[in-house]
Structures are given as structure tokens and as C-alpha cells.
Design a protein around this ligand. Sequence first.
Ligand code: NCD
Length: 310
Amino acid sequence: MSTTQLKHIISTSQFDRKTLEKLFSLADKMEKLHKKGKPSTILAGKIMSALFYEPSTRTRLSFETAMLKLGGQVISTENAAQFSSAAKGETLEDSIRVINGYADVIVLRHYEDDSGERAAAVSQVPIISGGSGKKEHPTQGLLDMYTIRKEMGKNDNLYFALMGDLKHSRTIHEQINLISLYKGNRITLVSPKSLALPEEYKKILRANKVSFDETEKLSDVISTIDVLSVNRVQKERLPANISYEKIKDLFIIDMKTVSAMKKKSIVIDPLPRIGTILPEVDSDPRAAYFRQAQNGLYIRMALLHMLLKK
Ligand code: NCD
């Protein structure tokens, strides 16, 4: 799919390699623009609505910053579940229809897996998913791949360990979609069986001939991987039969772990790092997660530019 055909951004499955390359080079330009320090007028007169039904720091603030940096304006509700008309029982669809009359683009974070698709189905203006349940978080997946490209110089022929709550983590699910677009990648999935990657994502890996295996121990692969991608246990999405207390410390990454990694390798995490990377790792050059969060600004500037600048 070419960039001009993208109306809504609700899933990484909308992207092909060519579109990703265009997005990444636009993001490079956005970084330069940001570093100039002067606000641009590229999106002057455009309004972005940030409609967030779930908590967020990075996604919402980086989208808002992205819009402001491009000269647009922002209307925002950071706790839509409680403070919007959703609290009175308004459907997501009706809220989207109404906001269509105010904004030129809507960034939506919602707890239901199909919320992005539902919003896009009734919206005349572009919908960008900022996280849909445990299924989608396309802009996070895109910024993760962009970070890998910047840090490792490529997205092909890499060995990944994807670690954490692989069952409920939407960011890991998006990485699976995107890693599958590239060639020669290999993945080891690291999690206890209760949080294993769902079959639907394993199917995507098989269909794209990405070789993968599963283990419960990161130590099995730590010295050979290029990218360690970790995400916290998604406490708010755990079913009642899984005890958070029993699994919350399974994914801690300390300096001893990182020391065993190759010199040219990286650790990424969408953050927040709850029960994942210890602060003692932060000063190691392999710790890429704050640079990753910064890249989120450039990718989101590029996405807004792509959708709104005609
Ligand atoms: C992630 C999310 O909300 O899905 N965070 C983010 O957007 N940076 C990951 C998480 O909360 O674990």
C-alpha cells in the first residue's frame, strides 16, 4: 500500500516494506525539523483530537507535541472513560461522529481490541490508533522498527528475543507483524507458558517464514541476540486465573543480563518499565529505550504529515 492510500492508521498490517521505508525517511526529516527548534507551519489550521480511554504518557504527549511542532493545534481528553460522555453511556461510534465535526484527525486509545476498526468505520477524518486493547498499537510498532533501523542499521537478518507478557502485549503483537515484513529475521519468544504468544501471531510468523522458537529462560539466548525487546506484564489485561504477584518479577533485566549481550546489540521497551529493566542498565550504550521514546515523536510527526498534508 502506498502512503497516499493510507486514510486511517489502525494496524501495522496496513503497511508494506515500501511504505515503511517512506515513513522512516520522512521521520528522519522530522527529526531534523525538530532539532532546528523552530515550529513549522506545515499543518497550520489543522486540529488533532487525542481521545484516550486508557492511561498514557508517551503516546499522547508525543502525538500532541508532534502536532504542535508541525504548527497544528490539539484538543485532548486524557481520561475519556471517566470525563467524556462515555461515562454517561455514549457509544464510541457516537463520540467519533461528533468529534468529526471538530477535528481533522483523531488519535484514539481504547481498551477494546476492535476499537480502531469501529472508529474508522464511522469516521470521515483519519483515525490513528494509539492502542486498541491487547491487539493493536501501530504507532508503537512503527517507532520500534524505526529505532531498530537507526540503532542496528537494518531491519533484516536480525535475531530477536521478544520477552514478557507475549499474550496480552499489543506492542509485541505489532512487532510480530512488522518483523515478518523483513527478510532473514529469527525470533526466540521468552515467556512462561501462561503468557505465551497466541497462535494467531505464530501463524503470521509461519506464513512469512520467520523462524522462531520458545523458551522460558532468556539466558538460553542472551549472548547471541541482536535485539532484546521486553514489555511489562499487562496487569490490567490479565484474566482472573493468572496471579500478577507470581509472575511480576519474571522479566527483570539487570546489568548482569545486559553484560552478556553482544557489544552491538540493543534493549528496547515501549515503557513504562514496570518489572522490566533496572535503572542500573540506563547508562549502557545498549540501553536504547529512551532513544526509542524520543523516536516516537519523529514517527508521529511523520504520520501526521503523511495523513494531513495534501
Ligand atoms: C505501551 C502500551 O500502552 O501499550 N506503552 C506505550 O504506549 N508506550 C506498553 C505498556 O503499557 O506496557
